[in-house]
Design a protein around this ligand. Structure first.
Ligand SMILES: [Zn+2]
Ligand SMILES: [Zn+2]
Length: 692
């Protein structure tokens, strides 16, 4: 009797497994150790749909050792790398499903990360060299069915090797540079967890350079000159250049009362709709309109994708291929967005220049679901952008008035929107300015001179920094927002309008002086380009990957040479800035004079053993006054703009802020006698009961 055919479809996330199973037929939901999987009987075979939960494997040093550099790495299951790893049950379930199955399909997200996730499961759990591959850009039933029908014969080894190479490179850089920094600090007699990654170094360098140009900026005065001219109409015209020498203003001051010659020129202009969304543009626009950080935008977009509402968001494409079936899509959107779709007059969309071998640009699938506020905002931005691509250009009339006097030319510009076109659908920041026609002789009624100061360069925002990284080919579309996030987490940068911190600046200064390869943009970019070329190539993938890794090892050895030579200096410099930060923290954490003894000050302290913050008197051991604080939280003082403690309106104690993972920051009063204490106790209970 022939063996029963059992096919296992490996997906990346539980939500994707559910969608794929539902698309392929009548799926029975099963559960193994708390992990859902699905079974479908179809055409004489059994199809199992199982899921990972992102990466189930991590890179780890093969032989444990201290010191650096270290180059021996291997993939290990997460649960062997991290204690209490919650992905173990997914691993175990896939292990059982792999044993049952005799044919395999990888159906992870179609990009480098998805390919690595699937490849690792194949190699290390299923013990297979290859499998079939489903490729799709949306989790809609129709596309999933198509993708299953046209399943590819093998996984995308280009993506797999490119992804694995990136993991190895990042790991090698991350571990070695962090160890280098921490060892230098240790030898200088201090301790601090510091790290800098392969792309983080050059990225931080950008922010620090900007910070310095702002610090070194010296504002200079300059002047702008306006004339109020009139015949039957009054118009203010401007001298187009800024005047930087005060003495030059004399030639304008004599113009009052003179007669000038005015001409008006009109031009019609068409403005095409903007290109469809690639990830970076979506992140930029979501920041502009809704203030979402780039990583938040990616997170929400990922949820929308998993819900089947939009196409795959990690794309750099600005193309919309006909295969997505524009007409049907617009028809589906018509149900909910009729007013907008009515403006979609063209049968073909505008497209941008950027493309992506794996996915089209981000577009809505036309399916609906109730959404939460932030999801809805992002979803509708995507819907509007998509629809606007099919709209007519906007028609603008620009008007330029030119006034000549004493051989000096003054101008005024007007703008009128004749036909809004796509601007009816997608928000555009364009201000109308109406001007009358002004021709012939005019009188100069007034002269207005405005004194201004030159402005320092603008700081990056999280969105503009992501864009700058893209422009410089640093990082990838999928990693840039998390690189920026990491710089925040490490305390190297701060603020919505990004400032480099003392620590960030001194780290870059120290590395620039003593180990510049670490922050070399060109090297980082070269690696990026080589990995990209692996992704699209078909042969000698392993050799190409090994070549990059060898190059990375070579550059790490060079870094080691530079670094060791200057280790003492680097250590000393970093310790100085770490101490400075600690001093600042100590100041911030000192709250108020102790109400019990009146001699000491109350301070926020951290107990390493219980991993808990508490408030105690600085006169310890003479005064043993302490206050307990909520567990599982990072506690910070609440400071106003002048750096003073904000106080409780009921009891005047300084207020504290508790930051807890996945929860909103909570401002509270730590005085046990305070009437707001009730709230604190309630919160404490919920916190305690959540502990395992
Ligand atoms: Zn005290
Ligand atoms: Zn209080």
């Amino acid at each position: 009797m022939p063996k029963e055919k059992i096919e296992l479809i490996i997906t990346e996330k539980p939500a994707a497994a559910a969608k794929i199973a539902a698309a392929l037929g009548k799926a029975e939901k099963r559960s193994l150790g708390g992990v859902a999987y699905y079974e479908i009987k179809k055409a004489g075979k059994r199809i199992l749909v199982g899921c990972a939960v992102g990466h189930l494997f991590s890179l780890k040093q093969a032989e444990k050792s201290s010191g650096w550099p270290i180059f021996d790495i291997e993939w290990k299951p997460n649960y062997e790398v991290r204690k209490k790893d919650w992905s173990k049950k997914y691993y175990t379930t896939l292990q059982k499903l792999c044993k049952e199955a005799n044919s395999f399909i990888v159906a992870c997200d179609y990009d480098v990360e998805g390919e690595v996730i699937g490849w690792n499961i194949l190699r290390f759990i299923a013990k297979k060299e290859n499998a079939k591959r489903m490729k799709f850009s949306t989790l809609t039933a129709s596309e999933l069915k198509e993708s299953y029908k046209n399943v590819m014969k093998e996984i995308n080894f280009g993506q797999a090797y490119a992804g694995e190479t990136r993991h190895k490179l990042d790991w090698l850089y991350g571990i070695n540079l962090s160890r280098a920094l921490m060892e230098a600090i240790k030898k200088a007699g201090s301790f601090k967890i510091l790290s800098i990654g392969r792309v983080q170094g050059p990225s931080l360098h950008l922010v620090v350079e900007k910070e310095k140009s702002i610090q070194n900026f010296k504002p200079e005065p300059f002047w702008q000159v306006y004339l109020l001219v009139s015949n039957s109409h009054k118009v203010e015209v401007k001298y187009p250049k800024d005047i930087t020498k005060k003495t030059e203003l004399a030639k304008f001051k004599i113009l009052k009362g003179k007669t000038a010659e005015a001409t008006t020129k009109k031009t019609e202009e068409k403005v095409n709709p903007p290109a469809p969304f690639d990830l970076t543009t979506l992140q930029t626009e979501a920041y502009k309109f809704h203030n979402f950080s780039p990583s938040r935008t990616l997170q929400i977009a990922q949820q929308l994708y998993l819900a089947g509402l939009i196409s795959y968001p990690r794309t750099s494409s600005q193309k919309l291929p006909p295969s997505i079936q524009y007409k049907e899509l617009l028809k589906k959107l018509l149900k909910k967005y009729k007013k907008l779709v009515d403006y979609a007059k063209n049968s073909k969309p505008v497209e941008g220049k950027k493309s992506d071998p794996a996915h089209p640009s981000i577009y809505p699938t036309g399916e609906y679901k109730d959404l939460q506020a932030e999801e809805k905002k992002l979803y509708e931005l995507i819907v509007k952008r998509f629809i606007s691509c099919f709209c007519e250009p906007a028609a603008l009339e620009t008007k330029k008035i030119q006034v000549m006097v004493n051989n000096l030319k003054f101008t005024a510009k007007g703008l009128q929107i004749k036909d809004k076109g796509w601007m009816n659908v997608y928000p555009a920041k364009m201000q109308e300015k109406k001007l009358p026609d002004l021709n012939g002789k005019v009188k100069i009624k007034e002269i207005r001179i405005e004194e201004k100061m030159t402005q320092p360069p603008k700081r990056y925002t999280p969105a503009s920094l992501v864009r700058e990284l893209e422009k410089r080919d640093l990082g990838t579309k999928a990693t840039r927002s998390s690189i920026v996030e990491t710089l925040f987490d490490r305390g190297y940068i701060k603020g919505r309008s990004i400032e480099a911190t003392k620590l960030g600046i001194s780290l870059i200064d120290s590395l620039t002086r003593h180990s510049p390869i670490i922050i070399d943009q060109k090297l980082t970019r070269d690696f990026e380009k080589q990995m990209e070329s692996i992704q699209t190539s078909k042969k000698e993938l392993k050799q190409k990957s090994e070549k990059i890794i060898e190059e990375a090892k070579g550059s790490l050895k060079k870094i080691e040479k530079q670094f060791r030579k200057n280790e003492a200096k680097i250590g000393k410099e970093l310790v100085a800035s770490v101490n400075h930060i600690r001093e600042q923290e100590r100041k911030d954490n000192t709250l108020t004079p102790c109400p019990k003894c009146g001699k000491g000050n109350l301070r926020i302290l951290y107990n390493r053993k219980s991993r808990r913050y508490f408030v105690a008197c600085s006169a310890y051991p003479d005064c043993r006054n302490t206050y307990s604080l909520p567990p599982n939280s990072l506690i910070k003082p609440v400071l106003d703009k002048e750096g003073k403690n904000e106080t409780c309106e009921h009891c005047n104690f300084p207020l504290l802020l508790a930051l807890r993972k996945g929860k909103r920051p909570w401002k509270f009063c730590f005085n046990p006698e305070c009437i707001t204490r009730k709230e604190y106790n309630n919160n404490k209970e919920t916190n305690e009961s959540k502990k395992e």
